[in-house]
Design a protein around this ligand. Sequence first.
Ligand code: G3I
Length: 326
Amino acid sequence: ALKDLAKFPIGMEVSAANQERSIFNYPSQLPTIEKHFNSLVAGVIMKMSFLHPNENEFFYTDADKLNAYAIDHNMLLHGHTLIWHWDSQIPPWMKKYTGDWSAMLNNHVTQICTHFAGKVSSWDVVNEALDESDPSGFRQSIFYQRIGKKYIENAFVAARKADPNAVLYYNEYNIESSDTKLNLLLTMLDDFKSRNIPVDGVGFQMHLDLFNPSIDQIKRSFKAVADRGYKIRISELDMPVNYNSTLVLSDAVAQQQKERYKSIVKAYLDSVPESQRTGITFWGLVDGESWYNFIGLPAKEWPLLFNDDYSPKPAFYGVAEALAGK
Ligand code: G3I
């Protein structure tokens, strides 16, 4: 089992809303999840619009159910995510909010972290706040527009206060592939460190492909963050491979995917000191359920470790070999 090969949590993203793909409505996936993983993250139901549907209403039923499942199976539950700009995941009331935005977001973070204190071991406190194509370096999200960049540090301070034991992450994509974006991250982290803003770690999402970025670049990026003492999670690993829109995954491409997965896990092991390795989470279990297959691509994608019948793909063995030091 994957989780037995690693000294850090091996996670996966699950669907847990009251919908078809939910782990609760779709039990055939449970044996594979329980065998290989010891950490879970909700793909959708712990985002802003789900947990905080109205200004004075928080909705915890689905997340609590997922949490109970995780506890029953000795799994960690990682919280994703307290603040994220994604339009459909910002509750409509919030978009229209005209009061004190700092106080409102502070309450959002405080209420949720308080509810999950002692249950959720770690949080993506802020997700995807940087934008290397904007002159400010920050994404022009509604939070940035209303509050300025201070919303980021405010969220970490509020989260730490509400749950002093939770490990707090800043989560981002492309920091392993864009030096410009990595530098924005490092500048922000250094500033936070100098002012004791409580960031414990960085989540590298790593929605990768077969070729870019290079393994060297990935290692350099991990190392730059690790050298500053942060914990590092690979937080959303997956890897689409169907460049030619073929109908079946060929053996040759499946092997390429295996080698790429293997070298990425090795890069993590090589460049992050053991005490700072806090996990690898795969963004889904079987290919057919990957988010890439719900965004209107011309052909099916195969980004994950398992076939739709739960049989392990070569990619699975690539990860297992790297974890086993082979
Ligand atoms: O389940 C409903 C279905 O009942 C409904 O008919 C359908 C109509 O749109 O929507 C379905 O819900 C979708 C849900 O995924 C299903 O899991 C939502 O529309 C869709 O927006 C949602 O997408 C999620 C997306 O974040 C937005 O929240 C993806 O599953 C999830 O994989 C993706 O994850 C993000 C990370 O949070 C941040 N990093 C990038 C990553 C991939 O985009």
